[in-house]
Design a protein around this ligand. Structure first.
Ligand SMILES: [Zn+2]
Length: 337
């Protein structure tokens, strides 16, 4: 499926620019640490994608200067190609934080080309979701099993068979954050106490998000959803919603190929028959078929929940973004009765 950003969203994002640092709506954003307030050395961190930028900033506090390369919500991370300016951001990095799982291999390459090499933290690898292209399939499957990673090996869209959208998995988000705190403390040991405080504050910030997921788990028993894209899959799994997306459509969406007319017809008939409780629609990309499915759901009285690949506000809060989507899902399930 062709991915193209929705012009309306670009306009909306431009109106919501709140981060400073002289950015013009594209290119990296930087949130500077505060050497006077930090009890140790300020760590220079480069984060590849905006989904993790806010999390790392919150965890770094005064003791990290965080540059997020894809800071703009108007850039599709799946089709990103770094400019020389984007790559220059890596030169000063002590720590590079990647999503991994093939989602941002350009950033792994950029970090790998540096001498001396910065510390690289691949979050997907930390949480056991790995890109098969980089390893023996069998070994990968075994490792996933050992780690009890129900997420590993799940299908993803266009990333060598794994679902790279690990920021949509609440347990993985928490484990990834712990890994960030550990790396920061390793690079600036005198600031370890500051990082521990930041981690505690962030867990507190995360509490309403986890509470919403808990209440959704209670509401989701026996309920199902269908999705126009796989981006929300880990969260739906965590909540316990059954994925009723017709198989053919689901596979084509995972591989970013066009669904066949038969796949689309199967999806539409599912919606018309009221066979799912909600339709999850990715509003950050444009596409005739997803739009058509949304219209069909609306006609059939199936609530539509809009989700996005990345936060809808440049430099916006991860928790606010996720929580708004979760509340929309709660409302949709309640409407459905
Ligand atoms: Zn995606």
């Amino acid at each position: 499926m062709r991915r193209r950003l929705r012009p309306a969203l670009v306009v909306l994002s431009a109106g919501l620019v709140v981060t400073a640092c002289g950015t013009d709506g594209a290119g990296p954003t930087t949130s500077a640490g505060d050497a006077d307030a930090c009890p140790g050395a300020v760590v220079d961190v480069v984060v590849s994608v905006g989904q993790w930028g806010d999390v790392v900033e919150a965890l770094g506090g005064d003791c990290a200067s965080v540059t997020t390369v894809i800071g703009s919500t108007a850039v599709d991370p799946h089709e990103f190609e770094p400019t020389p300016g984007d790559l220059a951001a890596f030169e000063e990095a002590d720590l590079v934080v990647l999503n991994g799982a093939g989602y941002d291999s350009w950033a792994a390459d950029a970090a790998g080309n540096l001498d001396p090499a910065p510390v690289v933290l691949d979050l997907a690898e930390v949480v056991g979701v790995e890109d098969d292209e980089h390893e023996d399939d069998h070994a990968g499957a075994e490792r996933a099993e050992e780690q009890g990673g129900e997420h590993a090996g799940a299908e993803g869209h266009g990333h060598g068979g794994v679902n790279p959208h690990v920021w949509y998995a609440p347990d993985l988000v928490q484990r990834a954050a712990e890994a960030v705190t550990t790396e920061l403390g390793g690079l600036s040991p005198a600031a370890a106490g500051h990082f521990a405080d930041r981690a505690a504050a962030w867990r507190e910030e995360l509490a309403p998000y986890l509470a919403e997921i808990e209440s959704l788990r209670a509401a989701a028993g026996g309920r199902s959803y269908a999705a126009t894209e796989s981006v929300f899959e880990y969260m739906a799994e965590a909540i316990g919603l059954t994925d009723a997306t017709p198989e053919g459509y689901r596979e084509s969406a995972s591989n970013e190929t066009d669904p066949t007319p038969g796949d689309v017809a199967a999806f539409e008939s599912l919606l018309r028959s009221g066979g799912v409780d909600v339709l999850v629609h990715n509003s950050q990309t444009d596409g005739g078929v997803p739009d058509q499915l949304r219209a069909t759901a609306e006609e059939a009285g199936i609530p539509v929940v809009e989700v996005t690949e990345s936060g809808t506000e440049r430099g916006g809060s991860f928790v606010d973004w996720q929580l708004a989507q979760l509340r929309a899902l709660s409302d949709a399930l309640a409407r459905r009765g």
